[in-house]
Design a protein around this ligand. Sequence first.
Ligand code: UDP
Length: 468
Amino acid sequence: MESTQNKPHVAVLASPGMGHVTPLLELAKRLVVDHGFHVTFLSITTDAPPAQLQLLSNPSLPSDLHVVSLPSVDVSQQANDVSVRIVLVVQETLKSLPFVLKNLQPPIKSLVFDPFCTIAHDVAADLSIPTYLFLTSSALFLALTMYFPTINAEVNGDHSKIAEEVLVPGCKPLLLDDLIPGVLMPELLLMSNRLPIVNGVLVNTWEELEPVTLHSIRESPFFLGLPAPPVYPIGPLTKEGELVTSALESSKLMTWLDQQPAGSVVYVSFGSGGTLSGKQMSELALGLELSQKRFVWVARPPSEASVSGNFFKASFDADDPASYLPKGFLDRTRGRGLVTSSWAPQVAVLSHQSVAGFVTHCGWNSVLESILHGVVMIAWPLYAEQRMNARFLVDAGVAVWPEAEEDNGKRVVGRCEVERVVRTILDEEGEGLRRRVRELQGTAAKALKVGGPSNGSLHRLAKEWRES
Ligand code: UDP
């Protein structure tokens, strides 16, 4: 057997959060298991949620995948937006990166990082290490990133002047409201400016999920005119298997699912970080109750302050949902619904034959996991680029997006609307959505098979790194 020292060595760097670490860790595992690499996984521990630390200390990770924790840092600046907080933590943490990269042995062939870590490019370039951005979102988001300097120039850097409708060449018009929050635009610009200088961009998508956008990025005169590195669609890279969290809770949930009829359950979960207001939680609960449908709900304590209140806290510790769900809800829905308060083994749930629908915050990993398991969605975006993902899913014909109403200055999806969309996706009316998601599910499986386009992209990259 080849020793670790003789294997090609690459480093993978992820910003904090389950949605970032999970796909980068999957990439690392595939490089080790399928391509014979030695991978050092650089983990940012400051603000890392407990679930992330558990994921990275999992003893079943392959032996040639070494997790190295970057020294933790003190970040005194406060930030309300989750993405802005990540940017601050990454900036501070990566001050130790030059030292860490110089000392990796054998020297690494390349450094792969996620969009929040693009400043790592500058450090790697000083050390003549090739860099690759792994965009853990859609090709549409990549197209927007590539186009953003043009938008920025048009408004002379004043992002409040961006038009209501953004026309990324070759893509469907995007609504400004559906783009990322304004506070993130400077960060998007930084990433856009580094795009031309990285050696390649890996995207967690596949040809048949986003044919028009990928075609446009490759062929349209606008994109052809940009200095841009090669783009490698390598997805869907999603987690394989689950971290067993609370074994008891998980097995209770899976046993319950085993007892439900095929295609009868809707799964409700807002990713690792999403939280709802008290009012919204109560409307969602009452809507699920009105629908008379079966459900599994990861119902975390409400938060009035933030829609991503759990992002840095994601863990498997349970709260008591009875203390924050509407009075009597758990009794009235007993047997028909199952509530878990912190974490569900999401891939196991989505792949269960009883599950037919997913109320999701449209985090890109959740989106991919849902399509890969042929589950239609109710799009309930909360933060980051999730509204863009939601719009994409509706356009792709695999999701419905409930209407929110004004309620004391906040947008709330009322109980009758929840009832309506849950019925839509589970009943006869949802047949078109189900057919379309099954088609996409088939294309995803093909993309990943030996000979499939995503599998081929990763092969090409691995070959390039091995031979460099
Ligand atoms: N996840 C899970 N159980 C939960 C909540 C989330 O396994 O109860 C996993 C989910 O499968 C996905 C990741 O956490 O892989 C969340 O990533 P996503 O991009 O969907 O959203 P984020 O949490 O980054 O907003």
